[in-house]
Write a new protein. Structure first.
Ligand code: LFR
Length: 485
């Protein structure tokens, strides 16, 4: 029998791609067939996602996949929390607002007056991110009246491919409207904060079939009408964690490093202790009933925003050159708290970094290389803080840190991370999310991959990892005191 050939749609906040995954015994190959830019666009004063354009890009990607051979399945993952609202006729109500929009400013503070943080955490186990779906919904109550269904971004795209409505569980778990222990929508909580429970669609498990391509879609992309769309870990981080090549998951932490850095460990049960709540750790639902116990740390977003600002002023910035120059800047000259709220919205990151350094009595980075170095040192410092905390809260003894995603190809960042965490870093694969997407589809379509361990063994057997040993680069304790007192 020929190997399975599936299309994985993996959408990030700054780019999207459609990859063709080929899976067989000892075979796991990825080929990128379509890549496109993504980014929030301002419409009527709101930061929004152009979901129609994303849909068109998905179709273009599927067409490219079909042109290369048979396609046995399609799976979609994307960033979490954002959604479209549909009315009773299935049309979008209002725009799909992006999570960095300021509409949620102050909303969390209002909600916790109604439902105390302790109760929110006991039910949902989620980190208090200002943009959690719950807070977004509460911030725009006028839209809820006409809404019949809320679909998270990957579920919305799957709806346009198949006509089927539902909520894939790993992404549903990021909404702060999902009961992490009861594994169901937290409808009581939703009603308490004014979110009508009717808009929460039926849950679906990763690994189940959503439906098959609608006739017009299959005609448009050149795939047979019966082609299944499979629910994968539709939260990109859930798929990325499937792709983490753990040998012993109970002795390792992971960092899914891209626009965001998701730093944590994989567990079988949520940790809902007071200590976990106070440390603001999230318990997101993973594939095969696992728990992603982690914190969101601002990631390479801060560097890419800085570069975007420089380029908007007509300066030409090559990332490779910038990183090479940053590597030559002395370590830990100045560090900032990348978990601070000022690094969330788009804008001039160089100015925000300068202000933070000045406020904490550290040298203000004076060159682009120094700015980049400050971001990378600060990221590694945050990784150290969060890895240690994850270990302490969960009882996982971290002997190695896996770095997956785009950050895995950033050698300076990986080396700094090993130094900061004091354990080896295993870097790769870069395309962990697409691999996780492919693997879950392959199993659903009959591949012999009984569990996550088998999937990860296949990733290890087919992908080269780069090992970074911890080296002395500077005084991380002093750096931590500089940002956190
Ligand atoms: C990463 C990610 C994070 C989520 C953030 C916003 O791409 O999905 O896991 O917290 O984006 O959705």
């Amino acid at each position: 029998t020929r190997p399975l050939r599936v299309a994985a749609v993996d959408l990030g906040a700054s780019s999207g791609r459609v990859m063709v995954g080929t899976v067989g015994p000892d075979l796991l190959d990825l080929e990128e067939v379509h890549r496109f830019r993504n980014g929030a666009v301002e419409v009527d004063g709101a930061l929004t996602w152009d979901v129609r354009a994303l849909h068109a890009e998905v179709l273009a990607g599927l067409r490219a996949a079909a042109a290369g051979g048979p396609v046995d399945g399609v799976g979609i993952d994307s960033w979490a929390v954002d959604y479209g609202l549909l009315d009773t006729t299935g049309e979008l109500v209002g725009p799909v607002v992006a999570y960095r929009d300021s509409r949620t400013d102050g909303v969390r503070e209002r909600v916790v007056e109604v439902v105390p943080e302790e109760e929110l955490y006991a039910t949902t186990g989620l980190q208090q991110l200002p943009f959690n779906t719950l807070y977004q919904l509460v911030s725009a109550p006028d839209l809820l009246g006409g809404a019949e269904t809320m679909l998270l971004v990957p579920d919305l795209l799957a709806y346009w491919l198949t006509g089927q409505v539902g909520a894939e569980r790993t992404n549903a778990s990021t909404t702060q409207l999902y009961d992490v222990r009861g594994r169901d929508w937290a409808t009581g909580l939703a009603e308490k904060v004014g979110v009508p429970a009717r808009i929460l669609p039926p849950l679906r498990d990763p690994g189940t079939t959503i439906g098959s391509l609608l006739p017009d879609v299959s005609a448009a992309v050149g795939l047979p009408a019966g082609t299944p769309v499979v629910a994968v870990g539709s939260h990109d981080t859930a798929s990325a964690v499937v792709g983490v090549p753990f040998t012993h998951r109970s002795r390792a932490a992971y960092i899914s490093s891209g626009t965001w850095s998701l730093v944590g460990v994989e567990l079988d049960e949520p940790v809902l202790s007071d200590a976990a709540r106070e440390a603001d750790f999230t318990n997101e639902g993973g594939v095969d009933r696992t728990i992603r116990f982690l914190r969101n740390v601002s990631g390479l977003w801060v560097l890419s925003e800085a570069i975007r600002t420089w380029e908007s002023r007509g300066e030409d910035v090559g990332l490779a050159d910038l990183l090479a120059e940053a590597a030559a800047v002395p370590a830990l000259r100045s560090v900032v708290d990348l978990e601070a709220p000022e690094f969330l919205p788009p804008g001039d990151m160089e100015a925000r970094i300068a202000a933070a350094c000045a406020a904490s009595g550290q040298p203000v980075p004076g060159t682009r290389a120094e700015v980049a170095r400050c971001v990378l040192d600060s990221l590694a410092l945050a990784y150290r803080r969060v890895v240690r905390r994850a270990a302490a809260l969960s009882g996982v003894g971290v002997e190695v840190v896996h770095v997956v995603g785009g950050g895995a190809r950033n050698e300076l960042l990986c080396a700094l991370t090993a130094s900061a965490c004091g354990v080896p870093v295993l870097a790769g694969p870069v395309e962990a999310a697409a691999l996780g997407n492919v693997l879950v589809q392959a199993r659903a379509l009959g591949a012999d991959l009984p569990d996550l361990a088998a999937m990860r063994a296949l990733v290890r057997a087919t992908h080269e990892l780069v090992r970074h040993e911890p080296a002395e680069v500077g005084d991380w304790d002093a750096a931590e005191r500089a940002v956190r007192g």
